[in-house]
Design a protein around this ligand. Structure first.
Ligand code: SF4
Ligand code: SF4
Ligand code: FES
Length: 829
């Protein structure tokens, strides 16, 4: 909705949306209102009360009072100033004076607001209680420093979806009763609540078991919740912030790498932490902690470089992964054109082919949706993705509308996922069998497609799944019941009170069974949806207006991926859903737009970040070293169809792909000279790298790089789609998927991410089998076999085991090379 009303804040007229929180309206117009507990995109908790303002003469909280046309707001009055000052004094009660060693010092909101409100004397006190610190693995919680603003628990619930933190009793003495009379009202109410709580874990233990994203520590305004890896490592003001784009998955989150020299003796810079604009972007654990994957190289290895040039002259294929920039993809495409080599990248090729088939029906080069639109919708469907680990931001985009927009949705996937199941009771889960993905899309068309407009053959096909069946339902009816009751009445003749019998009628509820004819939708049965699915859907669809569909990577290598792509385009065309097709890796979308990809490798292959006859590697395990993503300048194309710039956080002393390209006859001083040459016919813009911004505005507007243009494509006359087959995988199944926080060998190389590669099995699976955590097993499929270890994982459930791909020591391609699910035998060795 565009800005449609006018309000006045401190005599300044501003435009905003009807119903926008006053705080957000003020921030969007650069008007400062103090606020501590509120997080943009999450629900207001009213924990701090410092955002008090006067709206039309009434004191309200700016973070939860909604703007109305003509509203007149004053951000400061004498009373509000008193409240704010008292609130800050209260926050300072028993706050340890350890700023000299506190990690937050220098960027602490308690320090800032204490100074801002001019707190120079303390009027309040309460006896302190034991508030010992907690070691929660990758987090450290010091309740002594905690101001119980609840930002940590709020972001975990409303954004991340883990809901791992909550307030628990502090066990403190009650406040002195006289404070209630003597101190400002809101300050007292805030203190009274604060004094009763600290932060604890929702699982009731002292062991944090979550998806380890670190957002709670990022949003903590004080030094109470900190990342263990950063604790006591550096003062905030010593760090230099390098704006960048995370290179681990296609979400393309905006980050800064915070760097400084390694030590007094070693002046070489290192990354100390990753920060984000957490009001507008939320990271996953890989983005937050997986930053030290740089490839440190002493100097240019001239011998290896000349061997590389020889190898390029000999090669007929360059095989590569999508963890490269758009500019590098452009160089590879240019080398293809110059040297006549093939470009092979199986994962990007499958996405490219999927998009081609999608475009042939949709008439557009790109899908209509993005993760931001998904977050702003109120009914979300996810298909074809192990969302939690494939793209954590897509998970947040599902969770956020469920919790904040009173939304609902459906998650279709064969692998049971307790984290996804725990997001909301309004999220319906359908764990269908692998290979039944087309049936899922037909069901979506059936439930949500515009039947007036759908092509007749599809309409008829969908109708063939419907029949009428008789079911017995129980309903409550009201029945008239007459009863005789005894009452005392005055006898008119005698004038005396006496007991009489009176007839009384009342309506009594009664349960009755009856037979009714109902629609029987066989698609639901095929997919294993439970009996209550339609009833729950009808309830969940009430008042829903904005629909989003996320499509994931299970589809791109599916045996019928062409049909799936066409069905996705049909859903976009004939229903209210905005569709987002999630690319697999950091720059799969960019690579698929820039490179003409081939299917098969030839006889001599250059591998780039993957094994070849001659290997270029940013992982440091090849024949010639290359810079890793955190050592490069360039752009990455995200799932949100945005071309985002990233800067080099750390230096690099070796050769780059551009050096090789120059030696082979291309001409560019820097790799980023190619930014302006990215193909405009594919939607890129002719922009200089140095002109690309990378920040968020105060109203949340993403000012990062630029958006790709969605180009019109030729539409095939033939809109037909194939019927789906009954084939489904049943039995012992292995699925290619990584644990949360791991994506590629680059995340595997980092030191803070400790997940290990292997065959992940749910606790339920293990308890029903002879196998145990740590067992060495042989996995055998039609494609081949491999040996790996079992890892027990409580973030999946059910009996499908997940084989990781992030650890290149486990050659998962040997057993699954295509569709992510496969029948497999698993035997202990
Ligand atoms: S740990 Fe930090 S974010 Fe959480 S309630 Fe305490 S002060 Fe607020
Ligand atoms: S690390 Fe992430 S998932 Fe874990 S408690 Fe913090 S916000 Fe929640
Ligand atoms: S920001 Fe409004 S109550 Fe805390």
């Amino acid at each position: 909705m565009s800005n449609n009303i006018t309000i006045t804040i401190d005599d300044k007229e501003i435009q905003t949306k009807e119903g926008e929180f006053i705080l957000n309206a003020a921030r969007a117009n650069d008007i400062f209102i103090p606020a501590i507990c509120y997080l943009t995109r999450c629900s207001p908790t009213l924990a701090c009360r410092i955002c008090l303002v006067e709206a039309d003469g009434k004191q309200v909280y700016a973070c939860n009072a909604k703007s109305k046309d003509g509203m007149n707001i004053t951000t400061t009055t004498e009373n509000i100033e008193k409240e704010r000052r008292a609130i800050m004094e209260v926050y300072d009660v028993n706050h340890p004076l350890q700023c000299g060693v506190c990690d937050q010092s220098g960027e602490c909101e308690l320090q800032n607001y204490t100074l801002e409100m001019g707190v120079d004397i303390q009027h309040y006190s309460v006896k302190d209680v034991d508030r010992s610190s907690h070691d929660w693995g990758h987090l450290h919680y010091d309740p002594g420093l905690c101001i119980v603003c609840e930002r940590c628990s709020t972001v975990c619930k409303d954004m991340i979806g883990d809901n791992s933190l909550k307030t628990i009793p502090r066990g403190a003495d009650a406040l002195n009763a006289e404070f209630k009379e003597s101190m400002p009202k809101d300050a007292y109410a805030m203190w009274n609540k604060l004094n009763k709580s600290v932060i604890g874990l929702t699982n009731g233990t002292d062991v944090l078991d979550c998806t380890s994203c670190g957002e709670c520590a990022a949003v903590c305004p004080v030094g109470a919740l900190v990342d263990t890896q950063f604790m006591y490592k550096s003062n905030a003001w010593e760090l230099k912030q390098i704006p960048a784009t995370c290179g681990h998955c296609s979400a393309g989150c905006q980050i800064t790498y915070d760097v400084k020299h390694t030590s007094i003796a070693n002046t070489e810079e290192k990354i100390y932490r990753v920060m984000n604009e957490w009001n507008y972007v939320s990271l996953c654990g890989a983005g937050r902690y997986g930053f030290d994957y740089e490839n440190r190289v002493e100097s240019k290895d001239e011998v290896a470089f000349s061997k590389a040039i020889e190898a390029f002259n000999k090669a007929d294929t360059i095989k590569f992964t999508s963890t490269i920039t758009n500019e590098e993809a452009y160089i590879l495409q240019s080398l293809k054109e110059k040297l006549g080599v093939k470009l092979v990248n199986a994962e990007a090729k499958s996405f490219q082919t999927f998009m081609k088939h999608y475009s042939e029906v949709s008439g557009k080069s790109l899908y209509s949706g993005d993760l931001k639109k998904t977050m702003n919708s109120d009914f979300v469907i996810s298909v074809g993705s192990a969302l939690k680990s494939d793209n954590p931001n897509a998970r947040y985009s599902l969770n956020n509308p469920l919790t904040v927009n009173k939304g609902a949705g459906i998650y279709f996937h064969p692998v049971k996922d307790p984290v996804i199941e725990g997001l909301s009771k309004n999220l319906m889960i359908v764990n269908h069998a692998p290979l039944q993905e087309e049936a899922v899309l037909y069901l979506i068309l059936d439930l949500f497609g515009d039947k007036e407009k759908l092509p007749t053959d599809i309409k008829d096909y969908l109708a063939s799944f419907h029949s009428m069946k008789t079911v017995t339902v129980t309903e409550t009816v009201k029945e008239k019941v007459t009863e005789i009751v005894k009452e005392m009445k005055v006898n008119e003749e005698t004038g005396e009170e006496e007991e009489v019998e009176v007839e009384k009628t009342k309506m009594v509820p009664k349960k009755v069974s009856k037979e009714v004819e109902v629609d029987d939708n066989k698609l639901l049965e095929i997919l294993g949806a439970d009996d209550k699915f339609m009833e729950a859907l009808t309830k969940n669809l009430k008042k829903k207006e904005i629909f989003s569909l996320m499509v994931g990577e299970d589809f791109y290598n599916h045996p019928n991926s062409k049909n799936l792509a066409r069905l996705v385009a049909m859903i976009e065309k004939y229903s209210a859903f905005e569709v987002t097709i999630i690319p697999q890796l950091a720059n799969t979308l960019g690579v698929s737009l820039i490179c003409d990809l081939d299917d098969e490798v030839g006889s001599y292959t250059i591998g780039y970040n993957t094994k070849g006859d001659f290997t270029l590697s940013a992982l440091g395990d090849g024949d010639l070293d290359m810079p890793a993503m955190n050592q490069q300048e360039g752009t990455l194309t995200s799932v949100n169809k945005r071309v985002n710039p990233t800067n080099a956080a750390l230096g690099y002393n070796g050769y780059e792909l551009n050096d090789i390209a120059n030696a082979l006859g291309l001409k560019a001083y820097n790799t980023i000279d190619y930014t302006q040459s990215l193909p405009t016919q594919k939607g890129f813009k002719s922009e200089n790298f140095d002109d690309l911004p990378n920040h968020y505005e105060n109203d949340g507007t993403e000012v990062r790089g630029y958006l790709l243009e969605n180009i019109s494509t030729d539409v095939l006359d033939d809109e037909s789609v194939e019927k789906f087959s009954d084939e489904k995988l049943e039995g012992s199944i292995v699925y290619l998927a990584n644990p949360v926080r791991q994506f590629t060998p680059f995340t595997n190389k980092t030191t803070n991410l400790d997940e290990i590669g292997g065959l992940y099995m749910s606790e339920e699976f293990l308890s029903n089998s002879e196998l145990n955590e740590g067992d060495s097993v042989k996995i055998k499929t039609q494609t081949g076999e491999l040996v790996t270890n079992i890892v027990s994982n409580n973030k999946i459930a059910g009996d499908i085991a997940c084989l990781t791909t992030f650890d290149s020591k486990i050659n998962s391609e040997a057993v699954i090379n295509g569709y992510r699910f496969s029948l497999a035998s698993i035997e202990r060795v």
